[in-house]
Design a protein around this ligand. Structure first.
Ligand SMILES: NC(=O)c1ccc[n+]([C@@H]2O[C@H](COP(=O)([O-])OP(=O)(O)OC[C@H]3O[C@@H](n4cnc5c(N)ncnc54)[C@H](O)[C@@H]3O)[C@@H](O)[C@H]2O)c1
Length: 328
C-alpha cells in the first residue's frame, strides 16, 4: 500500500533526516519549506514545494494537490535566545503556522499529524522528565510549542485529526552516510560550536553560565542523535496510519550531559584540546533537562541506538569536515 507524508520544514536539520527515515520505511515524501532556515539540497527524498506556513492559500493548495495520508510538522523557529528577544515572531510562526496547517488539513480531510514538540515546554524540572511532568515553559519558544500542542489537541476533539506529539530533547549528530547534516547560518547549537572551538584556532567556545545548580555548574542536557529522532517519526507515522490513538511521547535518552562534559567529549573524540571561556547565563535557559523515554519504548518500540555522546560528536564532526571540503 502506498503512503504519502507531507513534511513541513523537511529542508531543515531534523526534518531532512526524518525524510530519509520515512523514505527507508517506504513513504512517498513531499517537502513544504520556505527555506528561511533550510536548504533545498537537503530535500533529497521527494519533491520540494517552496512555500510558507503563513501563506494559507499556498499551503492549502499544496495539501490539496499532493493528497497526503500524514503530515509531519517540523517547520518552526527553534532558538530559545532568539525567542526571548523576538517573541512575536515565535508565536506567529510556531502557533499561527500550526493553526494554518491544521485548517488546511481539515479542509482537505487529512487525518494524521506528527508534531515536533520540545523539552522546552517543560521549563525547570529537577527530576527525570516524564510526559506527565507539568509543562511550565520559561521562554517564548517553549510556550509557542506548548500552545501548538494545545491547538493540535483541540483539532482532534473538533475534527478527529489524530496526532503523535514528539517532545524531543536536544538533537545532535548528523547522517553517518554524510548525505545531509546539521547546517545553520549562523549556528547557535552547542555541539557544532564546541567542535568549531576544537578545530578552528580563531574561534573560542563559550559556555553560558557556570553557576547553575548542577554537578559542575554548567547546564545539563539530554542529547539524542538526529537519526534516532528520525527513526521515531517513521514509527509514529505507521502507528497513526494503523488507526491507533493519539499519543504524546518524549524522545531522549535518560542520560544528562553537562556542557563541560560535552566539551571534554569533543576534545577526546577529535583528539585536540578545547579551551573554553565562560560568559553569563542566557536568559530562558533551564539548568537541567533530562527525559524519561520509557513511554517511547512502550508505545513505539523505540529506543536510542546512536545517542551515546561520542557517536553524536563524531558524526557531527565528520559532517562539518565534509562541509569544509576536507576528506575524512
Ligand atoms: N534541533 C533540536 O534540538 C530540537 C529540539 C526540540 C524540538 N525541535 C523542533 O524540531 C523542529 C525542527 O527543528 P530543526 O532543528 O530541524 O530546525 P531547522 O531550523 O533546521 O528546520 C526548520 C525548517 O523549517 C523551515 N521553516 C521555518 N518556518 C517556516 C515557515 N513559516 N514556512 C515554511 N517553512 C518554514 C525552515 O526553513 C527550516 O528548513 C522544530 O519544530 C523545532 O522546534 C528541535
Amino acid at each position: 500500500m502506498s503512503k504519502k507524508v507531507f513534511v513541513t520544514g523537511g529542508a531543515g536539520f531534523v526534518g531532512s533526516h526524518s525524510c530519509k527515515a520515512f523514505s527507508k520505511a517506504g513513504w512517498d515524501i513531499v517537502v513544504y519549506d520556505n527555506l528561511s532556515r533550510g536548504w533545498s539540497e537537503f530535500a533529497k527524498w521527494g519533491d520540494l514545494i517552496e512555500g510558507d506556513l503563513l501563506d494559507r492559500q499556498a499551503l492549502s493548495k499544496a495539501i490539496r494537490d499532493t493528497k497526503p495520508d500524514l503530515v509531519a510538522h517540523f517547520a518552526a523557529f527553534a532558538y530559545v535566545a532568539e525567542s526571548m528577544n523576538h517573541p512575536g515572531m515565535y508565536y506567529q510562526n510556531n502557533v499561527q503556522g500550526t493553526v494554518n496547517l491544521l485548517e488546511a488539513m481539515r479542509e482537505n480531510e487529512v487525518k494524521n499529524i506528527i508534531f515536533s514538540s520540545s523539552c522546552a515546554t517543560y521549563g525547570i524540572s529537577e527530576q527525570l522528565i516524564t510526559e506527565e511532568t507539568p509543562q511550565k515553559p520559561i521562554n517564548p519558544y517553549g510556550a509557542s510549542k506548548m500552545m501548538a500542542e494545545r491547538v493540535i489537541q483541540d483539532f482532534e476533539q473538533a475534527y478527529g485529526i489524530r496526532h503523535f506529539i514528539l517532545r524531543y530533547f536536544n538533537a545532535g549528530g548528523s547522517d553517518p552516510d554524510h548525505e545531509i547534516g546539521e547546517r545553520h547560518d549562523p549556528e547557535p547549537h552547542v555541539i557544532p560550536l564546541a567542535i568549531k572551538g576544537a578545530t578552528d584556532e580563531s574561534f573560542k567556545f563559550q559556555i553560558n553560565g557556570r553557576d547553575f545548580d548542577t554537578r559542575d555548574g554548567t547546564c545539563v542536557r539530554d542529547y539524542v542523535h538526529v537519526c534516532d529522532l528520525a527513526r521515531a517519526h517513521a514509527l509514529a507515522g505507521d502507528y497513526l496510519i494503523d488507526g491507533k490513538p493519539s499519543q504524546i511521547v518524549n524522545l531522549g535518552t535518560g542520560q544528562g550531559t553537562s556542557i563541560l562534559e560535552l566539551a571534554n567529549a569533543v576534545s577526546e573524540v577529535i583528539g585536540r584540546p578545547l579551551d573554553v571561556s565562560y560568559v553569563d547565563r542566557r536568559p530562558g535557559d533551564p539548568p537541567s533537562l533530562v527525559a524519561s523515554c520509557a513511554k517511547a519504548g512502550d508505545v513505539l518500540g523505540w529506543k536510542p541506538e546512536m545517542s551515546d555522546i561520542d557517536t553524536i560528536v563524531r558524526t557531527a564532526w565528520e559532517w562539518m569536515e565534509i562541509e569544509k571540503g576536507r576528506t575524512l
